[in-house]
Design a protein around this ligand. Structure first.
Ligand code: ATP
Length: 415
């Protein structure tokens, strides 16, 4: 096993990371420290999937190891001695180093109290068995797997399993992580883990908005987030975040359309689709529950405000300039969200025309050109440019000289 893992590891890491990891392994060996690759990279290596996340854990001083590695291999080091962690960056390569630690929780949802410890203790504080494996990097054991919780077997049985019965109580974000991994890898929750999750579902309230938002964002960054959302709805997790959140077939269809339109869709776009049918108050409640940053909250607010007035775009004879005036104050993301989520073909067409064409239209003449034509500087210039823009949008003028003719006409009428 260790031989073949060492070879796989060597193959997966391009030569530069492998170099660094080997040097780190030699330094660790000389200092008498155990050094390990941990987390998602180990899981993905065993699954045969690419993952260049270099999360290393050292049974010893990670800050000291990072500095020694920098002296030998170059790069820049950023250290957090208080947390026993360090980052080494060399070119586009990033290695995270952490001192092996054990942890305990004061109360549910609290950040854990940590103390330096062994790799097995470090793995014991992790979320699922499939994420709780390590690979030795120290020279004499290079490639040997450390798997105290049966992670490898769970990988082959396609199971997401917590390490102990209080795992979701200690950290309820793990419930969202569980469905994310389950759906990403096409695994199943281990039946006992699913029972624990259903038992502890209300514990999601113990988690801060920031941490819940982070996990929701991670779900939305998955290739097909709708799968995890459907599962999260089925398990009652979405309702804990907000009672009106859905992960149903409508959401799935609209998410697929979003991906066909924008690659990858911005988080604000996915969130706008999720809140499309919300009331203003529900949007505010969700923004508070997830502590959404101001810009994202504005986008989803805009989407719902626009959805509520989309009927204005159903008028059969609507000039482009009127539609433009109606839409120009909304963010492009909220307009795209409504183009995707609206079920009216006419509305969809107008929203897409705005995004693809109308919002990019500019008159050929600018303020200086108008001054050269004899219009004095002042607010009149702004009004004329706006009128020229609308004439362009409605195709009453198509060329620079037609614009100039129109300006001359206006000037003669104003005399
Ligand atoms: P991904 O492929 O989603 O990036 P990852 O496993 O690299 O997966 P990270 O969020 O980068 O995920 O976390 C790194 C490791 O830290 C995980 O593999 C897991 O061992 C541990 N971990 C992360 N979050 C938690 C948590 N809430 N509770 C316990 N362990 C966690």
């Amino acid at each position: 096993m260790s031989q073949s893992l060492a070879i796989q590891l060597a193959e997966r890491l391009r030569s530069e990371p492998l170099d660094l990891v080997r040097i780190a392994g030699e330094i660790a060996e000389r200092s008498g420290y155990g050094l390990y690759l941990v987390g998602g990279a180990v899981r993905d290596l065993l699954l045969g999937q690419a993952n260049l996340d270099l999360d290393l854990v050292v049974e010893g001083d990670a800050v000291e190891l990072a500095r020694a590695l920098q002296r030998q291999a170059g790069g820049e080091v950023l250290t957090h001695p208080r947390f026993g962690t360090a980052k080494l960056r060399r070119g586009d390569l990033l290695i995270d180093l952490a001192t092996a630690r054990a942890e305990s929780y004061e109360h549910p949802g609290a950040l854990p109290t940590v103390r330096p410890s062994t790799i097995v203790d470090d793995l014991a504080r992790r979320d699922f068995t499939i994420n709780a494996m390590a690979i030795h990097l120290d020279a004499s054991n290079f490639g040997r797997l450390v798997d105290p919780f049966g992670g490898q077997e769970d990988l082959s049985r396609k199971r997401v399993r917590v390490l102990h019965d209080n795992s979701f109580i200690d950290d309820a974000t793990r419930m969202l992580r569980a469905v994310r991994y389950e759906q990403r890898f096409d695994f199943r929750l281990d039946p006992a883990t699913e029972r624990l999750l259903r038992r502890d579902v209300s514990m999601l309230h113990t988690v801060s908005g920031d941490r819940t938002r982070h996990e929701v964002e991670l779900i939305l960054r998955e290739p097909c987030p709708e799968k995890a959302l459907a599962r999260a709805e089925g398990l009652g997790l979405l309702a804990q975040i907000h009672p009106s959140l859905r992960g149903n077939g409508w959401v799935a269809e609209k998410f697929r359309t979003a991906r066909a339109t924008a690659h990858p869709p911005a988080l604000g776009l996915y969130l706008s689709i999720l809140v499309y049918h919300f009331t203003d108050q529900e949007v505010e409640d969700l923004a508070t529950a997830l502590k959404l940053p101001g810009a994202t909250a504005r986008v989803i607010r805009d989407s719902v405000r626009l959805r509520q007035s989309l009927h204005a775009l159903e008028t059969p004879e609507l000039s482009p300039s009127t539609a433009y005036r109606f839409l120009e104050d909304y963010s492009p993301t909220s307009i795209l969200a409504c183009a995707i989520a609206s079920d009216s073909p006419l509305v969809q067409t107008r929203l897409k025309l705005y995004l693809d064409r109308w919002r990019h239209v500019k008159p050929s003449l600018d303020g200086q050109a108008l001054q050269r034509m004899g219009i004095p500087p002042g607010p009149r210039i702004g009004r004329m440019l706006r009128a020229l823009l609308e004439a362009r949008l409605d195709q009453r003028v198509r060329t620079r000289s037609e614009e100039a003719n129109l300006v001359r006409l206006w000037m003669s009428q104003e005399k």
